[in-house]
Design a protein around this ligand. Structure first.
Ligand code: NAG
Ligand code: NAG
Ligand code: NAG
Ligand code: NAG
Length: 470
């Protein structure tokens, strides 16, 4: 009751302040909704102002930045959207070593935006995942937080919570959830003082938790449905130690963090999900990365947060959460999935619709595309290529070998056949390799051809040329 009346009061205040700034855009009725990570590692992304519109379109309850980008903060001023700002990894030690430096950082980056509603100040990003930073930075996280806390108090932002997002690799064990434990190298020297600070300031343990990764690494043992919050009673998992029943992989991961904190005596520290999400595309062969799964994951997440389900270890607990990410970011390095976490394409159109308040039911969304390219059961075997010039002699040998097996394997690439055009060695070889593999895979034929061939879930068919798949 108390919290809902405070909420009503805040809404009133928001409406009132908007009245004063009549020129400002219509009141942002802050929905209770999950937040969004606004990463901007792209060379083709919309302006900050347009991005704010898109955040509203998704009904984002908050936004999280990876720095203190002044243009973005400027665009967020007066919107009422709660903002989480991040201190870059490389300056954490200097802010720890000097209270004046912390003060200066806060003055330069936050003080000049009095109309930005700063909610969290995050000190570094996944710092404990970089052993190279162990000596220089790990021990500086809490001292930096303390200095920043003073600085925030000094400019009237004493209510801003400090934290530091950690990846799941802060844990040495996470399965079963009750076995959750921090890595030995960090448990005492780093986690204990950090948890003490978080507990003392009633802040959160911020975790970046992506069920996609453990699922992708272990598809034999983890069902996709369980990772996507679509599990049924038979896919539930019961922790043998606690007897708690899990219906999805994210809850397991979160409760492993709680168990790890508990083992150090800080089981009461609140949890916040600083990043989670599901990739909407990836490289050929990166299973499960598609629009359908991304939409299902994030929509279910929003819905669960709306219902305030908490986790089995902490039912009905309040847990701030931020989806990764606002955009597909083309400059992120790494596998194809890395560049495909967005709710929006860089041109500002939806990758898939989502209402982050979680109020919208699954059925009220337009139909999703089938679990196409990457997850589908269909597979093809084609010439690897990928832009590299191939050894023509070897390709020709592969083509001849493939066509020499079976019956009618290469009929479609004969003159007049549906796959004769384009009449190139590579195109014909791709067709032949696939045709061969489809006929012989069940008998042990492999998709290898001395490294020239690769499997894909993406249908290579074109025009009337159909690449078979059985
Ligand atoms: C955590 O904070 C609570 C409330 O301030 C306090 O009672 C408790 O002793 C703290 N826990 C530890 C392990 O310091
Ligand atoms: C339950 O989910 C599992 C894993 O996704 C699936 O294999 C099984 O067929 C499902 N059972 C029912 C009754 O839907
Ligand atoms: C936006 O980009 C996506 C992905 O490249 C594309 O499919 C879509 O057609 C584009 N929409 C517009 C309006 O340009
Ligand atoms: C190309 O492939 C052929 C046949 O496998 C091989 O004999 C030859 O050495 C290869 N050439 C190069 C440059 O790798």
């Amino acid at each position: 009751m108390a919290s809902s009346s405070i909420c009503a009061l805040l809404l009133l205040l928001a409406a009132f302040s908007c009245h004063c700034h009549a020129a400002a855009a219509a009141a942002y009725r802050r929905p209770r909704a999950i937040g969004v990570n606004y990463g901007n590692l792209g060379d083709d992304l919309p302006t900050a102002a347009r991005s704010v519109k898109l955040l509203r379109k998704a009904n984002a309850g908050a936004v999280k930045l990876y720095n203190a980008d002044q243009r973005i903060l400027h665009a967020l001023a007066g919107t009422g959207i709660p903002v989480s700002v991040m201190v870059p990894n490389d300056i954490v030690p200097s802010l720890a070593d000097s209270r004046a430096a912390a003060r200066k950082w806060v003055d330069n980056n936050l003080k000049r935006h009095p109309r930005v509603r700063v909610r969290y100040l995050l000190v570094g990003n996944e710092l404990l995942s970089y052993p190279a930073l162990a000596a220089s930075t790990w021990g500086k996280i809490v001292p930096a937080m303390k200095n920043l806390r003073h600085a925030l108090h000094a400019i009237g932002l004493g209510r801003v919570k400090l934290g530091t997002p950690l990846a799941m690799d802060a844990l040495a064990a996470s399965y079963p959830p009750s076995a959750g434990a921090f890595r030995e190298d960090i448990a005492d020297p780093v986690m204990r003082p950090l948890l003490d600070f978080l507990n003392h300031t009633r802040s959160y343990y911020f975790v970046d938790a992506y069920p996609y990764f453990p699922w992708a690494a272990n598809q034999k043992d983890i069902s996709l449905d369980y990772a996507l919050f679509e599990g049924n009673a038979s896919s539930h998992y019961v922790d043998p130690a606690t007897r708690l029943a899990y219906t999805n992989l994210l809850d397991q991961m979160l409760d492993a963090c709680i168990a790890a904190m508990d083992k150090l005596g800080y089981g009461g520290v609140k949890l916040a999900i600083s990043e989670t999400g599901w990739p909407n595309a990836g490289d050929p062969g990166q299973a499960g990365a598609n629009v359908r799964n991304a939409a299902l994951y994030n929509r279910h997440l929003a819905r669960r947060m709306h219902k305030k389900l908490g986790t089995p270890a902490r039912p009905r607990s309040k847990m701030p959460a931020f989806v990764f990410a606002l955009y597909n970011e083309d400059l992120k390095p790494g596998a194809g999935t890395e560049r495909h976490w967005g709710m929006f394409y860089p041109n500002g159109t939806w990758v898939y619709q989502i209402d982050l308040t979680g109020r919208r039911t699954a059925r009220s969304y337009p139909p999703l595309p089938p679990p196409d390219d990457q997850t589908g059961k269909l597979e093809w075997c084609v010439l690897a290529g990928g832009g590299k010039p191939l050894n023509e002699t070897a390709v020709a040998l592969a083509l001849n070998y493939a066509c020499g097996q079976g019956t009618g394997t290469c009929a479609a690439i004969q003159p007049g056949g549906a796959c004769y055009e384009p009449n190139t060695l590579d195109a014909h070889a791709s067709y032949a390799i696939n045709a061969y593999w489809q006929q012989f895979k069940a008998k042990g034929g492999s998709c290898y051809f001395n490294g020239l061939a690769v499997k894909t879930n993406k249908d290579p068919s074109y025009l009337s040329c159909k690449f078979p798949s059985y």
